[in-house]
Write a protein that binds this ligand. Structure first.
Ligand code: NAD
Length: 481
């Protein structure tokens, strides 16, 4: 169903509870991140509305069961509808995220694949036979089944508001759960559209309810509702920590930040490709991806050549209006965030860093920036920069590069370019990350692979197959024959 409209043009998205939109209450604007125009409004959910959403999700979970085939069919149909509405969905993200059109189209394509992979997982949920091969276990048949956890609370970030929302809703539905979703307040429209599409695809009312609003209000009300069995969260480490400490013994999946290292060894098979990937994946989505290239360690023998190549790639990037299909780098999510990144660059420069290219800002648009001469304690190195800024650091011995890569509170993904299989396998064992990517950058992610970090990057895995495991409980059944 369509959201109500205010003054004919501005859509208003309120709460979606039991299959109906409600739009009473205080509203917040949703802004076009490039032009500053208001494109929609959301209504802040009250504590009572959040309670109602959870009550409805719980009642739906207890009352209505969908068979695996029904879940498969609904998710496949939703994938098809998203494919048909690709351009509209992509433009929604161009406006509310400031995502460049080509990245927005790619995100819709990925979300469609994530829906398909989730649909397939609905048919593969299985336990295992357990041999009770101990004295006293005679004449007993034991096996496990996987059962849905119940109501899942899903809290999503602003940066990939379509595919990352699919990564939560798809597996939750595939596993037989119901969901209360709280989308990021800066980019909520695409999530509301996705929920409408799932409904059009045949998902019965109550399987997904949406509550809109600010994190510390609407999000906090959700966290405090003990009837939610599990939270799946993607966002910043600070909020992740708060969620873990608020939710007691309930299950949580936390997908948090990173300051992704990438190592380019002297034997890297194709230096042009390595430089191009480090630059383009450091700056796609204006650097606002949790696995964006951030720290690049390059062997000293190839360092100067690599920096030269990287600067040339940056100079070829088109920066500006995200709606132009040829733009490579658009605005950041807010001017405040762009200013924060600019300050971090300035701080690095004050400490001796050199700007090889970039460093300037116009409103929310920060020009893609390459820094050299950096030191480990600079914010652009040791914190998550979450902006189009990469730092290139030379090393002499590979042990030094491994040590510096590991010297981080984060551990999501790392990239290594090398032609040496032994070194690649050593990296797989010694680099302390959820994913080690050889001959590609830390930013590589196939949506079907297990994805999630260690240390402050979070706990639990996403990727439909792995998320279904997280969103189901294992139950043992023993039959005395
Ligand atoms: P954020 O933590 O500010 O917000 C994420 C969500 O949490 C939003 O919906 C927000 O409203 C909600 N929230 C905020 N405070 C809350 C509270 N007190 N209680 C409940 N909910 C609350 O993150 P963001 O700025 O939207 O996203 C950027 C962060 O997300 C970066 O750190 C990035 O690395 C991380 N991220 C991680 C992954 C991953 O898969 N590991 C993917 C994308 C983004």
């Amino acid at each position: 169903m369509q959201a109500q409209t205010e003054q004919k043009t501005i859509p208003v998205y309120g709460q979606y509870i039991a299959g109906e939109w409600r739009s009473e209450g205080e509203t917040l604007p949703v802004i076009n991140k490039y032009t500053g125009e208001e494109v929609a409004r959301i209504v802040k959910a009250s504590r009572e509305e959040v309670r109602e959403a959870v009550t409805n999700a719980l009642e739906t979970f207890r009352r209505t069961k969908l068979t695996p085939t029904q879940r498969y069919e609904i998710l496949m149909r939703a994938a098809q509808l998203c494919q048909e509405r690709k351009e509209e969905l992509a433009l929604t993200m161009v406006h509310e995220v400031g995502k460049v059109l080509k990245d927005a189209r790619a995100e819709v394509d990925r979300g469609v694949q994530t829906l398909i992979a989730s649909a397939e997982e609905a048919k593969r949920i299985a336990g295992e036979g357990i041999p009770l091969a101990q004295p006293g276990g005679e004449n007993k048949l034991a096996f496990t089944i996987r059962v849905p956890v119940g109501v899942v609370g899903a809290i999503t970030p602003f940066n990939f508001p379509f595919n990352l929302t699919v990564h939560k809703l798809g597996p939750a539905i595939a596993a037989g759960n119901t969901v209360v979703l709280k989308p990021a307040e800066l980019t909520p429209i695409i999530a509301c559209k996705l929920v409408e599409i799932l409904s059009e695809a045949g998902l019965p009312a109550g399987f997904i309810n949406v509550v809109n609003g600010l994190g510390p209000e609407t999000g906090q009300y959700l966290l405090e509702d003990e009837r939610i069995a599990m939270f799946t969260f993607t966002g910043s480490p600070g909020v992740g920590r708060h969620i873990k400490s608020t939710t007691g013994i309930r299950k949580v999946t936390l997908e948090l930040g990173n300051n992704s290292p990438n190592i380019v060894h002297e034997d890297a098979p194709d230096l042009d490709r390595a430089a191009e990937l480090c630059v383009t994946r450091g700056f796609s989505n204006a650097g606002q991806a949790c696995i964006s290239v951030q720290r690049v360690y390059v062997h000293r023998d190839i360092y100067d050549t690599f920096v030269e190549k990287a600067v040339r790639v940056v100079q070829s990037l088109k920066v500006g209006n995200p709606e132009d299909p040829t733009t490579d780098v658009g605005p950041m999510i807010t001017e405040k965030e762009a200013k924060r990144a600019e300050e971090w660059i300035q701080e690095a420069v004050d400490g001796g860093a050199k700007v090889a290219v970039g460093g300037t800002r116009e409103g929310a648009v920060l020009y893609p920036t390459v820094l050299t001469n950096v030191t480990p304690e600079m914010k652009v190195m040791c914190q998550e920069v979450f902006a189009p800024v990469i730092s290139i650091v030379p090393y002499d011995e590979i042990d030094e590069a491994f040590r510096e890569a590991n010297e981080s509170r984060f551990g999501l993904q790392v990239g290594l370019f090398t032609a040496n299989l032994q070194l690649a396998m050593r990296a797989a064992h010694e680099l302390e990350f959820g994913g080690v990517i050889i001959n590609d950058v830390s930013t590589y992610r196939a949506d079907v692979m297990p994805y999630g970090g260690v240390k402050d990057s979070g706990i639990g895995k996403e990727g439909p197959r792995y998320a279904v495991q997280e969103m189901t409980d294992e139950r043992i059944v023993v039959i005395n024959l």
